[in-house]
Design a protein around this ligand. Structure first.
Ligand SMILES: C[S@@+](CC[C@H](N)C(=O)[O-])C[C@H]1O[C@@H](n2cnc3c(N)ncnc32)[C@H](O)[C@@H]1O
Length: 276
């Protein structure tokens, strides 16, 4: 199955947009949108931490790769004057991203449907590139990083908030939010990524292992989801990641906890500079 089908096949965008509109007629806030537009381990809190790194850099022109439903793009647009462009291989995600931005009354930013392994931009087009749980789906990491280096200015920044392969990759449980089966997941180890970054023209400036926080966040989410399930009211259905990922989401959450606990995956934040 192609990766865009993994994200599109269960997407209920019409129902989701109707519900958002009915529930938040004045426009949803970034926090109200988080269950469906912050589709990474750590949610909006992890994005806040990532944006602290971005604020230190003050880039003028940013590219987000694998922008999904657009949660991070809207956070950036609503708190800085930077120009942000999103790209994603899943066209229906891009349409949903734009529709939510309009509903939330946030100025629109361009979103382009394309493959991160072949970026449709000229050399030296951006000051910063961000990946948030999207490198994990990309089969040719080296090619993708080379493309990033090509379109980044010298001394530009590459920020990665990614799931990497842990010390026990054979203990991996599927489905996970980024893959129903092993062929859709393209995790690499921290060491392999470090070497590919160097070889692609990047210097690592800072690396933090966020796995412990990620595990605690997922455990808190699981408790909330259980609570919501108990209080389920048919007249006011919950806005939930299952409206994007389908009923398999009920298995994906517990599998993320198992994968983090058993060391199959780790969550890292890396900041790199494009060597001149
Ligand atoms: C786990 S989702 C994360 C979405 C978003 N970054 C977030 O954190 O909410 C991964 C995203 O990467 C996109 N993606 C996967 N492979 C891609 C590729 N080769 N080029 C561009 N986008 C890709 C998917 O369509 C999906 O939107």
């Amino acid at each position: 199955m192609d990766i865009d089908q993994h994200y599109s096949d269960h997407m209920e965008e019409t129902t989701l947009l109707d519900q958002l509109h009915q529930r938040y007629p004045e426009g949803p806030t970034l926090y109200q949108l988080a269950p469906i537009d912050q589709l990474h381990i750590g949610g909006i809190k992890a994005s806040e931490k990532l944006l602290q790194q971005l604020e230190l850099l003050q880039p003028g022109r940013i590219l987000e790769i694998g922008s999904g439903a657009g949660g991070l793009m809207r956070m950036i647009s609503s708190r800085s004057s930077a120009e942000i462009i999103g790209i994603d291989i899943t066209h229906r995600f891009n349409a949903l991203n734009s529709a939510i931005t309009q509903l939330a009354r946030i100025p629109a930013s361009p979103v382009i449907t394309c493959d991160a392994q072949q970026l449709p931009f000229a050399n030296n087009s951006f000051d910063c590139i961000i990946f948030q749980h999207s490198l994990l789906n990309i089969p040719d990491t080296a090619r993708c990083l080379q493309e990033c280096r090509r379109v980044l200015n010298n001394e530009g920044s590459l920020l990665l908030h990614e799931v990497l392969e842990g010390p026990a990759p054979l203990r991996m449980h599927y489905p996970v939010p980024w893959a129903r089966t092993a062929d859709q997941s393209h995790l690499i180890s921290y060491t392999a990524l470090y070497e590919l970054l160097q070889a692609s023209g990047f210097r690592l400036k800072r690396a933090e292992n966020w796995s412990e926080d990620a595990l605690q966040w997922r455990q808190r989410q699981a408790a909330k989801e259980k609570e919501n399930e108990k209080e389920k009211k048919p007249e006011a259905p919950q806005i939930s990641p299952s409206q994007i990922l389908g009923e398999d989401f009920n298995k994906m959450g517990p599998n993320v906890i198992a994968n983090l606990t058993e060391g199959a995956v780790e969550v890292w934040q890396l900041s790199c500079i494009a060597k001149g």
